[in-house]
Design a protein around this ligand. Structure first.
Ligand code: F3S
Length: 685
């Protein structure tokens, strides 16, 4: 028997990545049923059954998934509404969308926002296409063949074309050419995955030289079906099988047989097919490259496996690309570290971390990559070391430092030496914090609250560290606090009755009356949250832990300043600030007003102050009397007027009566508080 096995048969790197992760997860889960796959992880019944047997559950819809579940997103990817739906359910999301599919999401989202009509060339019912369509709000035109009818739908719009990653390249360009011929503004992103192209090309070549082609893979797998279609173009006898049992009994093993497999076919199934054929007295395998004879299993093994998943190996950095690092492992194939497996730090790029020629230790995540690369991870290695650090810190109750790398519903993810630590929102700060986005990218210190070894889940608390630090500060404060002691505080919050000032672990109240010498309606008139303030303790109660603070300084008292500045007889420029029937109040200094009695406004008889003055007017007046104790200042404009214009005696006598009346009012007014608004009943006066 002459069998030729396609080198590209089996898992592609995107599928290997998701499947390996799922196996890791189910193996470490404590309670079966807690790991949920959103949709079948791959189109392969064997793998799905094995994962289900290990306790993984597959759900088709977000609404079927319980709150706070751990959900794996498969390589096909999903639209943004699905992520949103899972986040609303507070699920922990493990997004294993293939990076190549992610790239399509980015293109579609960008071009859609720029106003393009998105056209997806692919199968409209395929989950990958449904996911891609989600990134343009499901407005894409999806077609899998030349279709005249779509021209009317497109109209004059600019079009951006993308392809399902596993779409047939030849068909894709048939459709592209048709659209280009009929539409004006067409941009094309050929998003067919290279692994798919290579697989299809090799299958095409193999099917040209073989009598029988066996395509191994799921019947629901789009890329497997495409391989079948390609084989049918060249070969009369083609079988699409999911496993050996599907292979017809009457197959003529004497013919030249080619074997290929879809991207979601595990190597164990390919191997099983070959071995079972071997058991049917097949004795030799001809490799498609050199016809060298060897056992089928060996041939397959050699064509696929050079390294094992889980190996830790050393290699040399051969190339540094913007999103990945290529590592020469000294094996048949190079290794690839995608950026996502290099670091969790969103600010880092491969160039910042490694350079060509660096020796690097890596963890093998997956072999048998269809692109001839082996998937590697630095993060996994760091995570192994990080886990040790985390468990030791937990045992010893030590404080750890990490960087916030993700804000998720219900909390944030902090990365410490490659280990992801979940900090719930209630533990993210020492006071209620609704929005954690300001923490993104920041370093935080935290303590481990809980470790789940099996599920590799770690819960941390920033709050615990802050509370410990506050307790130390609080104890220190109360040990040293005394009335009169000065502090530099920070305004923490403002209320109608005053401001709370953080004195360093302890808050004190600065009453509104202590904030300013002037009258204020609300502390926010002069203070703002976060402002630094020099305060002193007016009073404190160690029992109730209450602190009253003072802020106003005696030397700032405007009446004290006025006392030093003004003397009787001084001529001052003053501003009229209020008028009452018996006179006008004029401001000498902020918060220091004097009274210009109605009789002292003019040397003529006037009915009311507004006959000569208006609010805001600046006038010269002489200080005629000072009573610092009662905070009274008497002013006179009249004293500065020429003497010959003095009023006649008769008028003066009448005026005295009015003056006496006004003096009474003035005294009453001043007994209230200078500056208070007073309601005067003008009819009575
Ligand atoms: Fe990704 Fe290509 Fe596989 S797009 S999932 S590597 S076929």
């Amino acid at each position: 028997m002459n069998i030729m096995v396609a080198k590209t048969a089996g898992f592609c790197f995107g599928v290997a990545r998701a499947v390996n992760f799922a196996y890791d997860m189910v193996q470490s889960q404590k309670t079966p049923g807690t790991i949920i796959g959103l949709g079948e992880l791959i189109h392969n019944g064997h793998v799905i059954k094995e994962l289900e047997d290990k306790g993984m559950v597959f759900k088709e819809h977000v609404s079927d998934i319980g709150y706070a579940s751990q959900v794996i997103i498969r390589a096909h990817g999903v639209g943004p509404s699905i992520i949103e739906g899972l986040s609303k359910r507070q699920c922990e999301i493990f997004d294993y969308t293939c990076p190549y599919v992610k790239k399509i999401h980015q293109i579609v989202s960008k071009k859609y926002k720029e106003g393009c009509q998105i056209v997806i060339i692919g199968n409209k019912n395929h989950p990958e296409v449904i996911g891609i369509n989600g990134w343009c709000e499901n407005t894409a035109i999806v077609l899998d063949d030349v279709d005249e009818n779509i021209l009317s739908k497109i109209g004059e719009k600019c079009i951006h074309l993308v392809a399902q990653t596993t779409f047939n390249k030849k068909k894709f360009y048939e459709i592209v050419n048709f659209i280009k011929k009929n539409c004006k503004m067409v941009a094309i992103s050929d998003t067919i995955c290279n692994a798919t192209v290579k697989r299809q090309e090799e299958t095409f070549a193999l099917s040209q030289i073989c009598d029988i082609m066996i395509v191994i893979g799921g019947r629901k797998s789009s890329n497997t079906v495409k391989l079948y279609e390609i084989c049918m173009e060249n070969c009369k006898e083609v079988y699409l099988i999911e496993n050996f049992e599907d292979l017809p009994q009457n197959i003529n093993f004497k013919k030249k047989i080619g074997i290929t497999a879809g991207a979601s076919t595990p190597s164990c199934i390919i191997e099983e097919v070959i071995c079972k054929m071997e058991e049917k007295e097949m004795t030799s395998v001809a490799q498609n490259s050199d016809n060298e004879e060897m056992s089928f299993a060996e041939a397959f093994e050699q064509s696929l496996k050079t390294l094992n998943t889980g190996d830790v190996v050393k290699g040399t950095v051969a190339e540094v690309r913007p999103n990945e690092v290529i590592v020469d492992l000294g094996f048949k194939s190079d290794g690839i570290i995608p950026l996502s497996e290099l670091t969790d730090d969103p600010d880092m790029t491969p160039e910042k971390l490694v350079k060509v020629g660096d020796e690097i230790e890596v963890f093998v995540v997956g072999v048998n990559d269809a692109e001839g690369k082996t998937l590697l991870s630095r993060k996994k290695l760091e995570a192994i070391a990080g886990w040790k650090t985390i468990t030791e810190a937990y045992d010893k109750g030590e404080i750890l430092t990490g960087k916030v790398i993700q804000v998720v519903n219900g909390g944030m993810i902090v990365s410490t030496t490659g280990t992801r630590v979940f900090v719930p929102i209630s533990q993210a700060n020492d006071r209620y914090t609704q929005d954690l986005t300001p923490f993104m990218g920041k370093e935080v210190t935290y303590k481990i609250l809980e470790i789940n070894e099996k599920r590799r889940k770690v819960v941390g608390s920033v709050k615990a560290v802050l509370q410990e630090q506050n307790k130390i500060l609080e104890d220190k404060f109360w040990g040293e606090a005394e009335a009169g002691k000065k502090y530099s505080g920070v305004v923490k919050s403002l209320t109608p009755f005053g401001a709370f000032i953080d004195l360093g672990g302890v808050d004190g109240l600065l009453h509104i009356s202590e904030i300013s010498w002037s009258r204020i309606k609300h502390p926010s008139d002069v203070l703002s949250v976060g402002q630094l303030l020099e305060v002193y303790i007016k009073d404190l109660n160690v029992e109730t832990k209450k602190i009253s603070l003072g802020f106003k300084k005696i030397e700032d008292n405007p009446w004290a300043i006025a006392q030093n500045k003004f003397n009787e007889g001084d001529v001052v420029s003053v501003k009229v600030v209020r008028m009452l029937p018996f006179g006008a109040f004029a401001e000498l200094l902020p918060s220091v007003d004097g009274l210009i009695h109605i009789s002292q406004i003019s040397n003529k008889r006037i009915a009311q102050p507004s006959d000569c003055l208006e609010i805001g007017q600046v006038v010269d007046a002489q200080i005629t009397a000072l009573d610092w104790e009662n905070k009274k200042i008497s002013l006179s404009i009249r004293a500065l007027l020429p003497k010959e214009e003095a009023p006649a005696p008769a008028a003066a006598s009448q005026e005295k009566t009015q003056e006496e009346l006004a003096d009474t009012s003035y005294t009453e007014e001043m007994n209230v508080t200078i500056g208070d608004a007073i309601k005067i009943d003008t009819d009575e006066n």
